[in-house]
Design a protein around this ligand. Structure first.
Ligand SMILES: [Zn+2]
Length: 162
């Protein structure tokens, strides 16, 4: 049977073996978002790699993130040549500042007009065989108890006053 237009194209996924990122992707299968911390200088390292970005040492420990953070910036993808992504436009890709101190690029699963800078987001998972893709979603209003939601605005105010 010829390929139907009703069959959605599949997401391109990482190919293994890939020594630098394999441990990261293995953790995602259990819905664990991980980052690295240098045992020598304490540098937080993301994306995963073999050598510290602070001291070039190789003593990197993999730690679990709580998967919560703030939108640093984002863009709306409105056209794409790859079939999987073309079927999703428009969609949002953002830089997320995780609470543990690292920044990652990821999709934000929300309508483009519902995403804003400094918004609180939490990781969710798109499951595949052997790994899951982290996709962030806005936290419901009030989920953080209100105080955290006000913090970015307060930082802006402090910045203006400085
Ligand atoms: Zn280091």
């Amino acid at each position: 049977m010829p390929e139907s237009r009703d069959v959605l194209p599949e997401r391109p996924l990482p190919q293994f073996p890939e020594p630098d990122t394999e441990a990261f992707w293995a953790a995602t299968a259990g819905h664990r978002l991980t980052y690295q911390v240098c045992g020598n200088c304490g540098q937080i390292v993301f994306y995963p790699r073999r050598h510290c970005t602070g001291c070039t040492g190789g003593d990197l420990e993999q730690r679990d993130s709580a998967g919560r953070g703030t939108v640093y910036s984002f863009t709306v993808i409105r056209q794409h040549r790859q079939p999987f992504f073309r079927a999703r436009v428009p969609y949002v890709v953002g830089l997320i500042d995780l609470d543990e101190g690292f920044r990652m690029l990821a999709e934000i699963d929300a309508p483009p007009d519902a995403v804003r800078v400094n918004q609180r987001v939490a990781v969710g998972w798109e499951d595949h065989t052997g790994l899951s893709v982290p996709v962030f979603r806005p936290e419901p209003a009030g989920h953080t108890g209100g105080r955290s939601a006000q913090q970015p605005l307060q930082q802006l105010v402090d910045g203006i006053g400085a």
